[in-house]
Design a protein around this ligand. Structure first.
Ligand SMILES: NC(=O)c1ccc[n+]([C@@H]2O[C@H](COP(=O)([O-])OP(=O)(O)OC[C@H]3O[C@@H](n4cnc5c(N)ncnc54)[C@H](O)[C@@H]3O)[C@@H](O)[C@H]2O)c1
Length: 347
């Protein structure tokens, strides 16, 4: 089996064959930097880029990841993957990682709303100042584009669903504010220096390898671990809050399309989601059904500060600008993800 075939059987993404065929000629041999590439989404993106024939450098300080997955990839292909263990706030580490990069995928961040409420300054440093440094590093090496992992939390508690990007941001947490600030940096760097940039507002991404082992775990990962351990899932609030839960295949597909798009992008903001709305109660029901976890009714705790009530993306702009349509539904994505958590439990 060839190396690329190995990546494809290795990775857990459902990228449409047609998209892979279109993207391969663009990424083959192209030098890409992935910040935060040891993390959940960054790890899947790195898989996909290597599978498409790109050369990838990852910079990650491992503050919220283990080196395990990258280690496996390094064993598979030490020639096309380089890993720099450093913070994006460390100028020499970042300059080293960015050397020769044509596409920069900037995913490194302190990603938790709760953590940002507890330590707002650290979140600002990594997410806002860190983005400025990544933009400067991209400019220094003459990169062709920076694709940024922005967040649907930018919208706050909106009333308009599905929500278009034209709505004014209304961040409800230091995390959301830092992500909106970073979007503005991208737009300013495009206007000032002519650097091509695009910000992708990811909506509640879930999938295999998402960390479930911290109090900051995202909801699908947290429910999966508790249900598999025979414990009742914990819901913050009444559970009627809803989310546009998005399998990581959709996030990776949109990110690859954003990197490869021939549209002259200059700070545009695009929603990335499945375009479906599922309540947290419904999510718990679906997951319990898929796992045959009968009798494990959710426990309800107090709603957490900074949590938005609903999210549901309007994907019109992303479709028009990037040619993106979701490739995995919530149900498909949950079935795959739960199968992975189950097998990881027995590994
Ligand atoms: N998961 C989601 O639902 C979601 C939703 C919206 C936006 N996002 C954004 O997408 C990106 C990836 O999210 P994820 O879920 O994969 O999170 P993650 O925590 O798994 O990945 C982030 C990675 O960045 C690394 N990192 C943190 N600070 C760093 C620093 N100073 N220097 C270098 N590396 C650093 C972490 O070690 C981690 O590997 C983040 O920017 C996040 O804000 C995620």
């Amino acid at each position: 089996m060839g190396r690329q075939a190995q990546y494809h059987s290795n990775q857990m993404l459902r990228l449409p064959a047609q998209a892979v065929q279109r993207l391969r000629p663009f990424y083959e041999g192209r030098a890409c930097l992935v910040t935060g590439g040891a993390g959940f989404i960054g790890g899947h993106l790195t898989d996909a880029l290597l599978g498409l024939g790109a050369s990838v450098c990852v910079i990650d300080d491992l503050s919220n990841a283990t080196p395990a997955h990258l280690g496996e990839l390094l064993d598979l292909d030490p020639d096309r993957l380089r890993v720099v263990h450093a913070s994006i706030l460390d100028p020499s580490g970042l300059a080293d990682a960015a050397e020769g990069a044509d596409r920069v995928f900037h995913l490194a961040a302190v990603g938790s709303v709760q953590r940002s409420i507890e330590a707002p300054e650290r979140t600002w440093q990594v997410n806002a100042t860190g983005t400025l440094r990544v933009l400067e590093a991209a400019r220094a090496v003459g990169a062709g584009r920076v694709v940024f992992a922005a967040s649907s939390s930018a919208y706050g508690d909106v009333q308009q669903f599905p929500t278009p990007e034209t709505l004014r941001p209304s961040p409800r947490s230091p995390y959301a504010a830092s992500k909106v600030a970073a979007e503005q940096l991208l737009a300013a760097w495009s206007r000032t220096y002519g650097l091509s940039t695009v910000a992708l507002r990811y909506f509640n991404i879930f999938g295999p390898r998402q960390r479930a082992d911290s109090e900051y775990a995202a909801v699908v990962a947290a429910f999966a671990t508790r249900l598999l351990a025979g414990e009742r899932p914990r819901i913050y609030g009444d559970g009627n809050q809803s989310r546009d839960f998005t399998h990581v295949s959709n996030a990776v597909l949109a990110t690859l399309l954003a990197g490869a798009s021939t549209v002259p992008l200059a700070g545009e903001v695009c929603n990335v989601a499945a375009g479906e709305r599922t309540s947290v109660n419904e999510l718990a029901r679906i997951m319990a059904r898929v796992l045959d976890a009968h009798g494990l009714e959710p426990i309800h705790d107090e709603r957490r500060p900074g949590d938005v009530l609903h999210s549901h993306a309007d994907l019109t702009r992303t479709r028009e600008l990037l040619g993106y349509t979701p490739c995995t539904t919530v149900e498909q994505g949950l079935a795959d993800t739960l199968a992975w958590y189950r097998s990881a439990q027995h590994a």
